[in-house]
Structures are given as structure tokens and as C-alpha cells.
Ligand binder design. Structure first.
Ligand code: GTP
Ligand code: MG
Length: 395
């Protein structure tokens, strides 16, 4: 049966329109909402489900000696650590209050503040007034902070201009690069941390929302946890184009370093945000957001991670690109640690603007359970948990 030409034209136009819409929907991150796509990693935010304390034996302040000065306390060798500037004092105080109120006033772990400059008397006075536990103020050794002599500063300035054009935040601030490098491979070498094994990293301005009534560090030590996180995010591929290629070079030279139970599938996932994986040359850019970390420094001090950091450091990418300590730690943990020893602290209510980890628990107040971000809706696609839960798990 012959179909009239105008009808045929209309049909063809409809097909073209449909194809165009399908292309628009699938074309890239701007239209990708992880929880609604074909990706099966996370159908519903697990933080909407009631969250309790972790299973197993937990150490509680009522049952053990956690007095601040006790020489025989139940504390393990652990410290809360903060790299911070004097100017951030007003933003740090509410953070200290949050963590002391929700957790540390019960267990009294020492706080150690680090700075590349001497702390002011005001900084020391006001911070120590908030903390019952021991407090220490430490300067970062010059040789840990200074730009290494193999970095060509002309090349740095040129590269940072290019990164700035790509809207990479802080790319032209030398101190930001220094901070990222120190956090990546130097903090655990500070003499003040030599006697400690575990650390909890805290930054000014972050918030804590939930009462934690067990000794977290004891939990970490008892369960041999290497690394604990709250938030799992994508990074800007433009800030790390050669990080994965450098990592592959390192692995080619040291194949035996990779853990049997590694997280390679999470590191190289190309389903959730294919453009990111492509632009970062094979790395998904997924990372543990390192402004919150609870970790085992023996892992970072170990042969694998140390050699990996040294390799990256020599390549210059901390300066010629803007490698953050978050992707560097995450790749290190993802490759060299046992995935079973990495823990999602889902019970810690936490915020670093603009993202949250907010559990559904009567112990929490001040955040909305399951809310991941505050701000523009595009922030939703920065959540990498769908991939993490699928490839690694929810432990
Ligand atoms: N002492 C010192 N601390 C720094 C310096 N730069 C950053 N920091 C600290 O390093 C941590 C990370 O720096 P931020 O400026 O928060 O970096 P960020 O989290 O990527 O950026 P924001 O989203 O702006 O918070 C914070 O604890 C800062 O206080 C520095 O030059 N000196
Ligand atoms: Mg910050």
C-alpha cells in the first residue's frame, strides 16, 4: 500500500527526533543521574535505611578507662590530626566542638595540629580550651613542605595557567599543591606521628552530626581496618590526566605490589561516567573524599604505598597537574590494600560543603538522612557510591 509523501516525511521526522532525544539522554554526564540509569550499583540510598552501630565487640567509655591523662587508658595508639592555617581558627572551633561533643570527649584521643607556619598564641589558647585531651602543635618540616628541587617553576606557572583556563580550582596556588603533596605522602612521616599507628583527619569547617558511643580507633584496630571513609566522589579529570598513566607505569615495574583482593574494578569503572574514565585516561576518577579519613599509617609507611608515592612525586604531577591527595590515597588503597579491610563509616554523620554522609539514626541531628548534597542538582552526579557498592561492597 502506497503511503502519501507528506506522511512518509512526517514519519522520518519523528524517527530523527527520537534518535536525537536518545542521543541527548545518553550523551554525557550532564544528563546522567546515577540512580536512574541502567547502572545497577545503587537502586536506593542505603542511608535511608536505619543505621545502627557496627557489629562485633565495641569499646565503650563506661566500661574502660578513657581519662585524658591516664597512662593505662584503653586508647589505642591513635591521634586526631589537622593541617590548618592560623587564619582558619574561627572555622576550626565549631568543628572541634562537633567532634568533641559527638565522640572525643568520651574517649579523649590526642589532637595534633600541623601547620607550615608557627601557630599563634591565640590559635593555641582557643583550640586547647575546647579539648580535654592532650593537644600538640607541630610545624611541618621545611623539607616536607618545600617544592622539590626537581620541579621547574616556569613549567609549573605555565601549566597552572592552562589548568586555570579549565576552571581547576586553586591550580595557581603553590600552597594548595604543597598541601596536596604533604597529605599524599608526607604527613605520616612527621616525627610527631612516629609513635602513632592510626589517625583521623579533620579539616576546619566540616561538621559531625551523630553521637558515636564506641571507641572508633579500637574498632579500627580490632578489625584490622586499613582505611575508613564516609564520602565517595568523582574528581575533575582535567586535574589528573597523567595520574593513571603514571600509575600504570609504576604497576608495570612492580606487578607484585597489587593486592590479591584489590579494587581495580572500582578504579577503572567506565560505566557510571564514561567521559570521566576516558578523560582521565583509564581512571574512573572515583575516590574516597579525603577531608575525612580514618586510617592505618603503617599502610602508608609500607613498601608499596611509599614506592608508589615516590614514583608519583618524581613525575612532577603534584605541580604540573593538580593531583589531589584524595585520588592518590584512593588509588593507593584501591591497589595495594585488601578491599575487605576498607570500611564505609556509614554511622558517622558528616559534611564537608557541599556533600554529606547522613545516616538514618536516632543518634543523629542536624542533617537529613540520605541527603547527599546541598546546592545545584548537578552535584548529584558526583556521587560515586553506585560504582563503589557494586564493585567493592557496602562494608
Ligand atoms: N597550614 C596550612 N594548611 C593548609 C594550607 N592549605 C590548605 N591547608 C589545610 O589543608 C586542608 C585542605 O585545604 P582546603 O583549603 O580545605 O582544600 P579543599 O578541601 O580542597 O577546598 P575547600 O573546598 O575550599 O575546602 C585544610 O585542613 C586546610 O586547613 C596551607 O597552605 N597551610
Ligand atoms: Mg576543605
Amino acid at each position: 500500500m502506497a503511503v502519501a509523501r507528506p506522511i512518509r516525511m512526517l514519519g522520518a521526522a519523528c524517527i530523527l527526533l527520537c534518535l536525537f532525544l536518545v542521543f541527548q539522554i545518553n550523551k554525557g554526564p550532564s544528563s546522567f543521574i546515577p540512580t536512574q540509569g541502567p547502572y545497577e550499583g545503587m537502586k536506593r540510598d542505603p542511608l535511608l535505611d536505619p543505621t545502627g552501630e557496627p557489629e562485633g565487640q565495641l569499646w565503650r567509655a563506661e566500661d574502660h578507662d578513657y581519662a585524658p591523662d591516664s597512662p593505662n587508658s584503653a586508647r589505642v595508639d591513635a591521634a586526631i590530626i589537622s593541617l590548618v592555617r592560623n587564619e582558619e581558627l574561627d572555622e576550626l572551633i565549631p568543628t572541634i566542638r562537633d567532634l568533641e561533643r559527638t565522640w572525643n570527649s568520651k574517649f579523649n584521643y590526642p589532637w595534633i595540629f600541623f601547620n607550615d607556619k608557627p601557630f599563634t598564641e591565640e590559635f593555641k589558647k582557643r583550640t586547647s580550651a575546647e579539648i580535654k585531651a592532650k593537644v600538640q602543635y607541630e610545624e611541618v618540616p621545611k623539607e616536607h613542605w618545600d617544592v622539590p628541587d626537581w620541579i621547574n617553576m616556569d613549567l609549573f606557572r605555565e601549566s597552572s595557567e592552562m589548568l586555570k583556563e579549565k576552571n581547576i580550582q586553586y591550580s595557581d596556588k603553590v600552597s594548595y599543591h604543597q598541601m596536596c603533596r604533604w597529605n599524599s605522602g608526607m604527613f605520616y612521616r612527621h616525627p610527631a606521628l612516629e609513635k602513632y599507628r592510626y589517625y583521623w583527619r579533620v579539616e576546619p569547617k566540616v561538621q559531625f552530626f551523630c553521637d558515636i558511643d564506641y571507641d572508633l580507633f579500637h574498632y579500627v584496630a580490632d578489625n584490622n581496618i586499613t582505611y575508613g571513609f564516609t564520602i565517595n566522589l568523582f574528581d575533575a579529570p582535567e586535574s589528573i590526566p597523567s595520574l593513571w598513566p603514571e600509575t600504570k607505569k609504576f604497576l608495570a615495574a612492580n606487578p607484585s605490589y597489587v593486592s590479591d583482593n584489590n579494587m581495580m574494578n572500582w578504579l577503572t569503572d567506565d560505566k557510571l561516567r564514561p567521559d570521566h574514565t576516558r578523560d582521565a585516561n583509564g581512571y574512573s576518577t572515583c575516590h574516597f573524599w579525603s577531608n575525612f579519613e580514618i586510617g592505618d599509617m603503617d599502610f602508608f609507611r609500607g613498601d608499596q604505598y611509599s614506592a608508589y608515592f615516590d614514583h608519583l612525586d618524581r613525575s612532577g604531577g603534584f605541580y604540573y597537574e593538580r593531583w589531589g591527595d584524595a585520588p592518590v590515597h584512593s588509588i593507593g588503597v584501591g591497589l595495594f590494600a585488601d578491599a575487605a579491610k576498607v570500611h564505609w563509616f556509614r554511622d558517622i554523620g558528616y559534611r564537608h560543603i557541599p556533600y554529606y554522609n547522613c545516616p538514618n539514626s536516632p543518634k543523629c541531628s542536624g542533617c537529613t538522612p540520605g541527603k547527599f548534597y546541598a546546592g545545584e542538582p548537578f552535584l548529584a552526579k558526583e556521587d560515586c557510591r553506585p560504582s563503589y557498592f557494586q564493585h567493592v561492597g557496602m562494608h
